[in-house]
Design a protein around this ligand. Structure first.
Ligand code: NAI
Length: 385
């Protein structure tokens, strides 16, 4: 099948997440990287795009120029990744969806719930996929955890405990570094900083693994650096619609913590534990038996985990390969659309705009709860109530 054309907005030279997307999109050879508006500085964006091999006429200065340049080309991009600061996601994603171009938007998908709802409706109306990059769900053992929970290996899930606590924004002297500052600036980040930036991955993963949505939550936010308007630490208690109790801690001032995403699921007959920094092992404790270490790549894993696993057991796989699974799911969905075939839902596990909307509703619920000393707040989006 002819390769798909891929473009990127944001992810410029020195950006945090741009390189992971480029590695991931290139992993399976399904996408050619043909267009980009990579930087807020047009000249820097054009130069960087060309340094990555993009032709001069598709190395754009900004996303509007890219949309106009691409929309009428016979070989226009099939997929655009939006990896700019949060406040820009909505208008860029909406414009590309309306032009019929599949979008992979970085999280948080939008700033307001109204915008998120609009993207869900725009994607539905245009029949175009809008995916959201909760890329850690691409890990083989996260998908295996989900499969184990779904097939009842640990029984009814009583408790899910999720964490995303790092220490990379703990230095007051570095708080004005532009790549740190935007995350705590409401004009660029939205109503929440650390919870929207990192905590939301953990909350989404709790839903992904348990197969349940967050129903209500209670939040405590703190700005440990007093110069910050938005929170750099949060503790969130939540309840899921299947009755599971949820606990979540997220922080950017936890000095000594590196990445810090981890999830534990405790059911009636067993427990599971996985950490992003040790992604090739899943710890499984069946009730009354000994601890088992499940290795990525070993035999007898779920079909979802087998498919997501790329190298043989014992060879470490990491984050760009997890993102690569999101890109492969999207590529296979786009290939299926070319021949008018529905993608196989069992293997298309990429998070969608609906997941993005649930997250934005949870972020706003957490902000509202934290402002009222942790009162419990309905976390469901209005569209799904
Ligand atoms: P960053 O500040 O390191 O890089 C942002 C890049 O976007 C820079 O190259 C900047 O020049 C460019 N940019 C800014 N405005 C632009 C515009 N209007 N048009 C084109 N380019 C523009 O930020 P980072 O950490 O890469 O974050 C970007 C997005 O990715 C955020 O939404 C963030 O929440 C998300 N993210 C997601 C992660 C994940 O695990 N899924 C991890 C890190 C970030």
């Amino acid at each position: 099948m002819k390769k798909l054309n891929w473009g990127m907005i944001g992810g410029g030279n020195g950006s945090q997440i741009g390189p992971a997307h480029r590695l991931a999109a290139g992993l399976d050879g399904h996408f050619s990287f043909v267009a980009g508006a990579l930087d807020h500085d047009p000249a820097a964006g054009r130069a960087f795009a060309q340094s990555l091999g993009i032709a001069a006429d598709r190395a754009y200065g900004d996303w509007r120029e890219m949309l106009e340049g691409e929309r009428n080309r016979a070989d226009k991009i099939d997929l655009v990744t939006v990896a700019t600061p949060n406040a820009t996601h909505y208008e860029i994603s909406k414009a590309f969806l309306q032009a019929g171009i599949t979008v992979l938007c970085e999280k948080p998908m939008t700033v307001t719930e109204g915008e998120a709802e609009d993207l869900v409706l725009t994607a539905r109306a245009s029949g175009v996929i809008c995916a959201v990059n909760y890329g850690y769900t691409g890990y083989a053992l996260v998908r295996h955890m989900r499969a184990m929970v779904a097939r009842g290996d640990i029984g009814r899930v009583r408790l899910v405990v999720a964490e995303f606590a790092h220490g990379h924004h703990a230095d007051e002297a570095d708080a004005n570094n532009p790549r740190v500052r935007w995350r705590y600036d409401p004009a660029q980040a939205g109503v929440s900083a650390q919870f929207a930036d990192c905590g939301i991955h953990a909350l989404h993963m709790a839903s992904f693994v348990t197969g349940q949505d967050v129903a209500k939550l209670s939040a405590d936010f703190a700005s440990c650096l007093p110069s910050r308007v938005l929170e750099d630490d949060a503790m969130v208690n939540f309840r899921m619609d299947g009755g599971t109790v949820g606990r979540l801690w997220t922080s950017s001032v936890a000095i000594g913590r590196q990445h810090g995403l981890a999830i534990q699921v405790f059911g009636e007959t067993g427990g599971l534990r996985w950490s992003q920094e040790q992604p090739n092992q899943l710890f499984y404790m069946p009730l009354g038996q000994r601890l088992q270490v499940i290795e990525r790549g070993e035999g007898n894993l779920s079909p979802e985990a087998d498919r997501a696993s790329r190298v043989t057991v014992g060879h470490a796989e990491g984050m760009p390969l997890a993102f690569g699974n999101i890109y492969r799911d999207l590529a296979e969905s786009l290939f299926a659309a070319r021949v008018d075939r529905a993608p196989d839902p069992a293997i298309s596990l990429f998070p969608t705009a609906e997941d993005g909307l649930r997250s934005i509703a949870a972020i706003h619920a957490a902000v509202a709860s934290a402002a009222q000393d942790g009162v419990w707040v309905d976390a469901r989006p209005a569209l799904f109530r």
